[in-house]
Design a protein around this ligand. Structure first.
Ligand SMILES: [Ca+2]
Ligand SMILES: [Ca+2]
Ligand SMILES: [Ca+2]
Length: 254
């Protein structure tokens, strides 16, 4: 066998081996996010505010990993160092991740972390996303654990240091009295104190007006819609409009 033939045999054997390796390895294996493990956390730096996009697809729980509720699964990790003393909100919103969890710890060893704050479903609203407010201490490094509730996996956005989201407006009661309707409502927000929220109302297609609970409007007989929005101190406005449908029945008010 001349040198060229030997080279050809070697090449064919090598390609054959690759093929066999390919056959043996079978389907593409799941690849966990780079920050699946606590020790490989992504450093967010020490900015007073910021955001990061991530995923917990194929993320796992480690041995000795803290779960603030047993349903915390599929976790990924971040670190952030406080640039000053003070309250700093952190929130995580799912993009394709339907039900998030969020917990913050201090410490350098997974098995002996100190829990600082945690949340499953937003403390200010009624969604499945998560937010906490850290009473941050200048120079302290916080370990941030983003997870999925149970089997929930997907992509998410993590925010800190700002007013994370728009407030929500909720209905308490609706009372029709003759030509008037009285609507009681309240708001919820992640940062702004409830007493500092402002509200706008709109009857049917008329102009918006500043309002507060209890709002009373007069309308002719027939069906009507009152729309209500809340606004927080950062100017975020309710995404899901509170819609109150009512009917003025008395003909003498028509
Ligand atoms: Ca993990
Ligand atoms: Ca949740
Ligand atoms: Ca807000």
């Amino acid at each position: 066998m001349d040198r060229r033939s030997v080279a050809r045999v070697v090449l064919v054997s090598f390609v054959g081996s690759l093929f066999v390796v390919g056959m043996v390895s079978g389907p593409v294996l799941a690849v966990a996010p780079s920050n699946d493990n606590f020790e490989a956390n992504i450093n967010l730096g020490s900015g007073a505010s910021g955001s990061a996009s991530g995923t917990n697809v194929d993320a796992t729980l480690q041995t000795d990993e803290p779960q603030f509720i047993p349903s915390v699964q599929g976790t990924v990790w971040y670190s952030w160092t406080a640039p000053a003393d003070g309250d700093v909100p952190f929130c995580v919103y799912g993009v394709t991740l339907a039900d998030t969890t969020l917990a913050v710890y201090t410490g350098n060893v997974l098995a002996s972390l100190t829990a600082i704050a945690s949340n499953d479903d937003g403390s200010w609203g009624m969604d499945l996303f998560s937010d906490v407010t850290l009473n941050a201490v200048n120079g302290t490094t916080y370990r941030i654990q983003v997870g999925g509730f149970g089997s929930n996996r997907g992509t998410f956005d993590l925010f800190w240091g700002g007013d994370c989201t728009a407030p929500a407006a909720y209905l308490t009661s609706t009372k029709v009295k003759g030509p008037k309707v009285e609507v009681a409502f309240y708001g919820g927000d992640d940062v702004t104190a409830l007493g500092d929220l402002t509200f706008s109302c709109q009857l049917d297609a008329e102009s918006e007006f500043a309002c507060s609970s209890l709002v009373s409007v007069t309308a002719p007989s027939g069906g009507h819609t009152l729309r209500i929005w809340a606004e927080d101190e950062a100017g975020n406005r309710t995404v899901d409009t509170l819609i109150v449908n009512f009917t003025i029945k008395s003909k003498k008010y028509g």
